[in-house]
Write a protein that binds this ligand. Structure first.
Ligand SMILES: [Zn+2]
Length: 317
C-alpha cells in the first residue's frame, strides 16, 4: 500500500460520525470488509477482524467500545514471516451477549452470513450514513495512489453484493465510479483527480492532506506542460540546426565553385557570420547584423538557390 493511502487511513481513523446511525454504518462496512463470526457453546456470537493496518485495528476497537461499552475485546499482533514484513492485527470481540447485540443491531444475524450486504440498505437512508459506510469500506478495503502517479482510488472486496452496494452508494453521491473485476476480487474505482478529491473530502480526509494531493496534482500538470514545451523547443532546435547545416554546406559549395566573391556584400557578410555561428538562429544572426530576420532569410535563400543551381550543373563550366 502506498504511504499516501496509509496517511489517508491514519487520518480517517480519527474521523467518527457524530451520530449513532453513522457509527453503525461505518462499523458494518468495516466488518463486511474483513470480519468473520465465531460463537461459543452458549450460542453467543463473537467477531474476529484481521487487518494489516494498525490504524484500522484501532478504529474497529473504538467502534466496538462506543457501540457497546461493556464489550470484551482482545487484540493480538502477529509479525508476518513473509519477506514484505507487515504485521497482522487481529481484533476480537469475545463471544458474549454484548457482541451478539452488535451483530443483531447490524442485522448480521438475520442475514444468512456476512456475505449478504443487501440488508445494510436498511440503515443507509441518510447521506451522513452512506458517507460513513464508504469511510468504513475505504478503511477496510480501500486504496489510493500517490497523486504523483496515476490517479486511482479503489475499493476491493471478494463480495459482489457488497461491491455493488458501494458502487450504488457512490453513484447516489454523484461520484463517477466504475466497477470491474480482477482474478477473484471485485473493484469499485475512481480515475479522475477531481472525483478522488471529492470522495476523500466527503469521507473526512482533512484539508491539509487534500491540499497536498492537489498541489502534487498541480505540480504534475505543470511538469507535463514543461515537458510539452521542452519537446516543442527540441523540435525547433532541431529545425534550426538542420537549416544551419544546410546553409553552411551551401556556402562551402559556392566557395568551391569560386562564386562566393561575386555575391553582394551583405550576402557574403551574412554567409561568413553563419560559418562562424553554426548554432545561431536566423533571429540571432539578424540581431548581430542589426537587420531584420526576413532580410537574413532572404540572403540565405539566395545562397540556397545559387547552391542548387551549382549542384544541378547549370552554372558549371
Ligand atoms: Zn448517519
Amino acid at each position: 500500500m502506498s504511504s499516501f493511502a496509509s496517511q489517508v487511513k491514519n487520518e480517517l481513523v480519527h474521523v467518527l460520525g457524530s451520530q449513532t446511525c453513522c457509527k453503525m454504518a461505518e462499523l458494518a462496512a468495516l466488518l463486511r470488509m474483513g470480519a468473520t463470526i465465531s460463537f461459543n457453546s452458549k450460542h453467543d456470537f463473537g467477531i474476529n477482524f484481521v487487518t494489516e493496518n494498525a490504524a484500522v485495528a484501532r478504529k474497529i476497537l473504538s467502534l466496538f467500545k462506543t457501540s457497546v461499552p461493556k464489550i470484551h475485546t482482545e487484540v493480538t499482533v502477529r509479525r508476518s514471516r513473509r519477506l514484505r514484513k507487515h504485521n497482522n492485527y487481529s481484533v476480537r470481540a469475545i463471544p458474549s451477549p454484548e457482541t451478539s447485540s452488535i451483530l443483531q443491531k447490524l442485522g448480521f444475524l438475520t442475514a444468512k452470513n456476512l456475505l449478504d450486504a443487501g440488508t445494510d440498505r436498511n440503515f443507509l437512508k441518510k447521506d451522513c450514513c452512506k458517507i460513513s459506510y464508504l469511510r468504513g469500506a475505504f478503511l477496510g478495503g480501500g486504496s489510493v495512489n500517490r497523486p504523483e502517479g496515476q490517479y486511482h482510488l479503489e475499493f476491493v472486496t471478494d463480495n459482489y453484493n457488497f461491491v455493488k452496494l458501494i458502487y450504488d452508494l457512490c453513484r447516489e453521491l454523484y461520484l463517477p465510479v466504475g466497477l470491474t473485476d480482477r482474478k477473484n476480487v471485485y473493484i469499485v474505482y475512481l480515475k479522475e483527480s477531481e472525483a478522488i478529491l471529492e470522495l476523500l473530502g466527503l469521507i473526512g480526509v482533512e484539508d491539509d492532506l487534500l491540499r497536498d494531493f492537489e498541489s502534487a496534482r498541480n505540480l504534475k500538470e505543470i511538469r507535463n506542460q514543461v515537458n510539452r514545451l521542452i519537446n516543442c523547443e527540441t523540435a525547433n532546435l532541431q529545425r534550426t540546426i538542420n537549416a544551419a547545416v544546410r546553409q553552411i554546406n551551401n556556402i562551402k559549395l559556392i566557395k568551391r565553385y569560386d562564386k562566393f566573391e561575386d555575391l553582394p556584400k551583405v550576402v557574403k557578410q551574412t554567409a561568413n557570420l553563419r560559418i562562424k555561428n553554426p548554432e545561431a538562429s536566423l533571429t540571432e544572426l539578424a540581431d548581430i547584423l542589426k537587420c531584420s530576420r526576413s532580410a537574413i532569410n532572404h540572403r540565405m535563400r539566395k545562397l540556397d538557390v545559387l547552391a542548387e543551381q551549382l549542384r544541378k550543373g547549370d552554372m558549371a563550366k
